[in-house]
Design a protein around this ligand. Sequence first.
Ligand SMILES: [Mg+2]
Length: 337
Amino acid sequence: MCSPSRMTKPQKPLGELALIEQIRQDSAGQRSRFVRLGIGDDCAILQPPAGSEVLVTTDFSLEGRHFRRDWHSPESVGHRCLARGLSDLAAMGATPMAAFLSLALPKSVAKGWTTRFFAGLRVLAERYRVPLAGGDTAQAPGEFILADIVLVGAAPAGRALRRSGARVGDLLYVTGALGGSATELERMRSGKSRRVKSGSWERHPHMFPEPRVAVGEFLMKSGIASACLDLSDGLSTDLAHLCEESGVSAEVEEGLLPIHPLAREVGAGLATQAALHGGEDYELLFTARPGMSVPRRILGVAVTRIGRVVRKGEMVLVREDGSRVVLEARGWEHFWS
Ligand SMILES: [Mg+2]
C-alpha cells in the first residue's frame, strides 16, 4: 500500500498510482521503436528517426464540451480523445511516436469508467502502434471529467504537410466520407441513437471516428499533396483555414461531395449541410497540382475530388444545378431544425 513513490508524492490523490500502474501495464505490450523510456521515470525519452523533425499536438476532451457521459460511452470518450490527436498528426503526414495523457477525474467517477476509457483508447492505440508513454492524473475540482492528450510524431525534415502549400489551379480532395459524425450526434441528441461501447467508422462515425494516419503518411511520402489538414471543425471552416494559410480561395462542387451513408438517411439537403458544416469527420482535406495523378483509393480509403483552388476571394459552392453561391465558413453551426 505504501510504496516509496507514494510517499514522495503526497499531493497526489489516492488511486492515482493504481491508475498509473494500469496505464503502465497497458502500454507495456506496446513497446514502440521510438520510445526508449516510457512510464516510470520523471520523463519519457523518445528517439525520433535520424533526419526527422518532431511534431507535437495537444487536444482537450472536456465533459460537456466535447462529450457527455449520457451520450458517449467511456470507450468512445477514450477513442475520440486519442483519435483527435492522431488526426492532427495525419494531417501533416507524421508517423505517431507516442501519446501522453493528463486526466482529471471528479471524485464521483467510478473506477469502472476509467478502466473502460482506457480500454477504448487502447484499441485505437494498438491499431496505430502508438504507446501511451506518460501522463498525469488528478482529482478534478469540479464535477466534470477533463482529459488532455498530447501526441508526438515524426516526419522527415522539411517534408511535413502544411496548410500553406495550395496554389491557384490545384485540385481539392477529401478522404472517406463527410457528414456522418454530425448526423450521428444529432441522432443521439434527438434520442434516436443509443450509447455504444464499440463500433466502426462506417456505423458510428461520431462515436468511433477513424484518423487517417496511414493516408497522411502516404500523401507526405508520395509527394502528392501540396497542402493538407484534417476536418475537425467542418469542411467549410477547415477549407477557409487552408485558403487563409495558402493565400487562395476555393470552389467546392456540391454534387461531388462524398456523403457518409448515415448522413444520406436524413435526406439530401440536410446531408449536404452536415457534410459542409458538420465537423468532427476527421477526414483529410488536401490539394494536389492539376497534373498530379491522385489514386481514387489510398490504402483502402476512398479519395474524392470535390473542387479546385482559385484566386483569393470568397469561397464558392457550385450547386448541382450549376448555380454558384458563397460558401460561408459555418463549421459547428447548429443547422438542425
Ligand atoms: Mg487539425
